[in-house]
Write a protein that binds this ligand. Sequence first.
Ligand SMILES: [Zn+2]
Length: 466
Amino acid sequence: MVSITVVATLICSASSAVAAAIGHQHQQHPQQQPLVAGVEPSNTLVAQPYAGHRIVRVPVGFGERTALESVLSSTRGIESILVWGTSHVDIQVDASVLPPSLLPPTAQTIVDNVQSLVDKEMDRLAVSQSRLLALGNDRFAPDNWFSEYHKYTDIVAWFKDLAAKHPDLVTFIPSIGKTYLKKDIIAIKLTSSVNKLTKPQFWFHSGDHAREWIGPATVQYFVHSLIADHASNPSLLDSAELIIVPLMNVDGYEHTWTGNRLWRKNRRPIKGDFFGSIGVDLNRNWPAHWGEGGSSNMPFSDTYMGPEAGSEPEVKALIEFFKNDNHTRLIGAIDLHSFSQLVLRPYGWTQKPAPDEPLLKKGGDGIRDAIKKASGKKYVSEREIDLYAASGTASDWFYDEEVQEWLPDRRLYAYTIELRPSADEVNGGEGFILPPEQIIPTGKEIYEAVKWYIEFAIDNVLWVKK
Ligand SMILES: [Zn+2]
């Protein structure tokens, strides 16, 4: 195992070498462009954005994660931290900026050509998209729909179709706010007419990180399942209302469909940044102990926290919608990500235990167990800080001061779920590029977990004692 010092030294020296060659970078950096508000910079749509990129696995001890994370997220040439495994971290490296010779000797290349991984998926999508298109409205039938991932406009069409077919259960909200590129962020509400104005509410959102396609797909699957099962087993939608934002980062998600498949952040150009960097990490920008660790203040970083707490239009839109006067019966909130099969509970920003730690743990462990029972897949239930430090996250915001002030009599069962695959099962580096055959199995295990979670939270509301 390589020590943190070696990694840090090697990577930091690489960073300085790169800094010395800054003129060269300045010319070559694909994100360099004039800033025009609300306009997608055209030269970011490069034909082969991942040419020369590889995925490298670096062994790392558990206690070294947080320190290494801050080194990695501040080093040019480290394009992205892909995942933390039990004893390693997988990073995406642009070898033209940070050559393999500057990485620690223990670093092992697990994918030497990221571009070919992306190209293979795009080839498959081209075939399946035209097959689905030819089906017309039949493409919305579950067997067809869940056989593939879908573009933003198709996801919107699917939810609209669902609401039209089930007006008794689904309310389609065409826009809760606009993204930087003026795209509508949609939402749906899912419940039956029984006790409509008194039952507890649950929040779900996904797609904060553009490349995590399995998140929005899983949301679609469990929404579909709740509706399909309602006729035979109506209890859940009779006893709860689900408020759902299936795809938060619309701009980033659309960008992943044009070839920049591993894009994570939103698409807002960062004013005044020397490198012309684009994008803020939407799960490090929430006003919940923003900037207090586990995020970067470097705009080129994949975990860039943004210029201030809650600065991004997408985060603002979700907060405004969350704190809607009609949502005062919320008792739980979940943010779905991928990957690494985790159920993370507050806090991410501090070692201090949450006031409701015993029940939050019980809830997280129960979600883990419901998944295991459904599919046999092992998810790990833990506090986010025990995985790595992260501040300005949605799930800490759900649980922490701002929502507490708004709903003073309770706290929410707040979780981040990281979906398939596990960090140790990554097959050929697929990670975010999860085969579509995994959509239904992932959806099924999360559907079971969602049902368990809703019943558990209703029976164990986190009332704040006065
Ligand atoms: Zn994520």
